[in-house]
Design a protein around this ligand. Structure first.
Ligand SMILES: [Zn+2]
Length: 74
């Protein structure tokens, strides 16, 4: 998994993600799905080289092959 090079848009807030990760399971062992789902930005694949990338930003560049990728919401 690689982080894309952000050309446009905001990178994922990893500090916030980490907080959510810590809150993903509460003291009773129950999974907090909201926190769990916000613990990372999700993933996408580079259409050119198939590299797995974190879904960050709006317009990004693949660090492996240099392909420009438009990140859509889902
Ligand atoms: Zn690529």
């Amino acid at each position: 998994m690689q982080r894309p090079i952000i050309i446009e848009g905001q990178p994922f807030d990893w500090k916030d993600g980490e907080k959510n990760m810590l809150n993903a399971v509460d003291e009773n062992g129950e999974v907090n799905w909201f926190a769990a789902m916000n613990a990372d930005p999700g993933v996408m694949r580079c259409p050119k080289c198939q590299e797995w990338l974190w879904r960050e930003g709006i317009k990004v560049k693949c660090p492996t092959c240099g392909e420009i990728i438009l990140v859509n919401g889902g």
